[in-house]
Ligand binder design. Structure first.
Ligand code: 5GP
Length: 196
């Protein structure tokens, strides 16, 4: 995904050697043209799976997940982090550790929106240590649904998440993989399909 890589290199801010800030197109201000391309790319990669739902976690996963759901023409469910009063009491829930906030929190999905008939594609903005994806995969297991795969916009390849999810047998497709961040510079892995 040429456009994504270009935006990461031109607009990404290296907060420290572990954290990348992409507020100008993904995490605060959202670029809809980029999101549309992301949705189309995930559709191309997973179109042979019979996806019935896209699952993400609020907030930053929602934009790429929504455009992916649009391509598949399936509902997009986002796991809620807060104990919102208006959320059904009948929920699947699990605890995950936040890499950016360095704290544990609960994620919940109403039992109405994940069922044993579902074939689910997980979408998230970043993959760091894999905890958000593992938490979402636990919700899918609780529902008796099937996990078809995981689509990640930006994977930090120097952290453990990618290897961990592969070991767990998950199919992970990342649109950009960052090999290293150092002295304010971002090094993105070069892959054939990224030449597009
Ligand atoms: P993980 O659960 O894989 O450790 O971390 C993934 C989650 O943490 C993502 O949902 C994302 O919101 C956040 N995250 C992890 N690393 C970064 C980063 O470098 N930049 C930003 N903006 N978010 C990150």
């Amino acid at each position: 995904m040429y456009l994504l890589k270009k935006m990461i290199l031109e607009q990404g801010i290296v907060v420290n050697n572990d954290v990348l800030k992409v507020d100008s197109f993904l995490n605060h201000c959202i670029d809809p043209v980029l999101m549309q391309e992301i949705g189309k790319e995930f559709f191309q990669r997973f179109k042979n799976e019979k996806i019935t739902k896209v699952l993400t976690v609020e907030t930053s996963g929602i934009a790429p997940a929504l455009f992916t759901g649009l391509e598949f023409k399936v509902p997009v469910v986002f796991a809620k982090k807060s104990g919102a009063l208006n959320l059904d009491k009948d929920v699947f829930e699990t605890s995950i550790h936040s890499f950016t906030k360095q704290k544990d929190y609960m994620i919940k999905v109403s039992k109405k929106y994940l069922t044993s008939d579902d074939v689910v594609l997980i979408i998230d903005d970043f993959l760091a240590n894999g905890q958000a994806v593992i938490g979402m995969s636990e919700l899918i297991s609780m529902a008796g649904a099937k996990l078809a795969g995981v689509g990640i916009v930006i994977e930090k390849g120097f952290q453990d998440g990618g290897a961990l999810l592969h070991e767990m047998g998950m199919r992970v497709e990342s649109l950009a993989i960052i090999d290293k961040m150092s002295q304010g510079k971002i090094f993105i892995r070069n892959e054939e399909e990224n030449k597009k």
